[in-house]
Design a binder for this molecule. Structure first.
Ligand SMILES: C[S@@+](CC[C@H](N)C(=O)[O-])C[C@H]1O[C@@H](n2cnc3c(N)ncnc32)[C@H](O)[C@@H]1O
Length: 449
């Protein structure tokens, strides 16, 4: 099926099948910031053991395996780019040379424009490493066809110090210095210069106002340059590895149309909140609408979804208590199980955990429960401890009724409160006398950029 992509949409999926659906020559500009080969934690942002395993499986063939994974995506991006379009591939030094070879073969070396060096001069460095601190990423800039009338808007940047420049003029067919009536050479003071391929933009610091807590978030200033240079108002920008949505947010602010693809529902929640704050309406395609959708999620994504669905918060000390999260108002323990037939042993273990925690009630949320699980919950109730067994499907039927439904403004406050707390304390581990952590905190808890 060929799709003329609707704009203002984030597709929740692996980008390869989504790209394959898009019609040829649909986009004016593509920016992509894929998981780097060097950083095995990129895709395991949520720190789940089984995700770590599947990620390592994917790259166990080394760089060749990584390029094999990237190549079909780059081929699709070539196909969906307009003949006048441009693409910026954001990469790091471990893979940039391999990716350049792949890009040369797909986009043609003649269509290579620049290797842009993003110099983030303000990043903390590990002084124990016996090497020069790394302070750059690379963006490979190609156009689809260098002979076509592709968009390129020359950008200027402020000079560190203003300089005096000689004024020149043409006399008798030759360029000469311009002089005034008294014969003095004329100057102009220049405060700007044409932007070159070394972009000095600070990396986002923990206290930066635009920081959302997503580990791989890029600065808006970087995306502003890409989008201003290679697109015009109304053009369509695609980011197939959206992360927390920096490219689509900047595209919206610069009055471009945009389309995003992102595999992580947790990231999509952050994008939705971010876009809402700048007045953009976001449509999520292939969102989580049914119980079946949930079965395919990675374990930590599943947990994030459920905790958010009941307006709960994550437990920052999960290993200590054996509790995944807490309900919205009463802060009662929640255990989330991505499985059918949750049985007696799970209830038994949870009972121990909530007794140790000191609560009188708790919730286990799973797809289905065995009769043994219900018997165990009934026994606990006879001893004064209530363990509510909640089937996931009931969260879709009577959505969000297991805890009192908060107002929209409470929700908004809840979403951003945790971010503010984290910014103030620089890390979820210091947040808490009470365990209150949002998806953003969770995202930032395993950061590795
Ligand atoms: C490096 S981050 C992008 C960060 C982004 N530039 C920002 O500023 O927030 C890469 C993102 O790609 C997503 N991702 C990884 N594999 C993907 C795939 N096959 N399809 C779509 N998204 C994917 C990850 O979930 C992650 O959010």
């Amino acid at each position: 099926m060929t799709l003329f992509p609707r704009t203002g949409v984030i597709y929740r999926n692996d980008n390869l099948p989504v790209l394959r659906q898009f019609a040829d020559e649909s986009f004016d500009l593509v920016y992509l910031d894929p998981p780097f080969f060097s950083d095995r934690h990129y895709e395991v942002i949520w720190g789940d053991e089984s995700e770590i395993r599947s990620f390592e499986d994917r790259w166990k063939g080394g760089i060749g395996h990584y390029i094999d994974w990237m190549r079909p995506r780059l081929e699709e991006l070539h196909r969906v780019l307009k003949p006048t379009g441009s693409i910026y591939l954001h990469c790091d030094p471990h893979a940039s040379h391999y990716l350049k070879v792949a890009m040369d073969s797909i986009f043609d070396a003649d269509n290579f424009r620049n290797e842009i060096i993003w110099h983030y001069y303000n990043k903390m460095h590990d002084r124990r490493k016996k090497m020069f601190p790394r302070a750059t990423d690379t963006l490979l800039f190609y156009v689809k066809d260098a002979r076509a009338n592709f968009t390129f808007n020359q950008l200027k940047e402020r000079r560190d110090k203003p300089v005096r420049q000689l004024l020149r003029t043409k006399r008798d067919g030759k360029m000469v210095n311009k002089k005034d009536a008294q014969g003095h050479v004329q100057y102009k003071v220049s405060t700007e210069r044409v932007m070159d391929n070394v972009w000095r933009i600070p990396a986002l610091q923990p206290a930066a106002s635009e920081k959302l807590g997503y580990p791989t978030q890029k600065p808006e200033a970087l995306l502003r340059r890409v989008i201003e240079a290679s697109s015009n108002r109304g053009d369509v920008v695609l980011d197939p590895f959206c992360g927390c949505g920096t490219a689509v947010a900047v595209a919206h602010l610069l009055k471009r149309q945009w389309v995003g693809i992102e595999i992580s529902p947790t990231a999509i929640d952050i994008i939705t909140a971010r876009m809402g704050k700048i007045g953009a309406v976001v449509e999520i395609e292939n969102g989580i609408d049914t119980v079946e959708d949930l079965k395919g999620l990675a374990p930590r994504e599943f947990q994030n979804f459920i905790i958010k669905r009941v307006y709960g918060t994550h437990n920052p000390r999960r290993p200590e208590f054996g509790i995944d999260g807490f309900s919205f108002m009463e802060q009662l323990p929640i255990e989330v199980k991505q499985q059918e037939h949750v049985g007696r042993p799970v209830v038994d273990k949870f009972e121990t955990a909530i007794r140790r925690y000191g609560a009188h009630k708790g919730y286990i949320i799973g797809f289905t429960f065995t009769p043994g699980a219900y018997e165990e919950a009934a026994r606990a109730r006879s001893e004064g401890l209530e363990i509510a067994l909640i089937e996931v499907k009931s969260l879709f039927e009577v959505a969000r009724e297991i805890v009192p439904r908060p107002s929209a403004s409470q929700l908004e406050a809840d979403l951003y409160q945790a971010v503010r707390v984290r910014l103030a304390t620089q890390g979820p581990e210091k947040v808490t006398s009470r365990p209150r952590v949002s998806v953003e905190d969770l995202a930032s808890s395993d950061t590795s950029t």
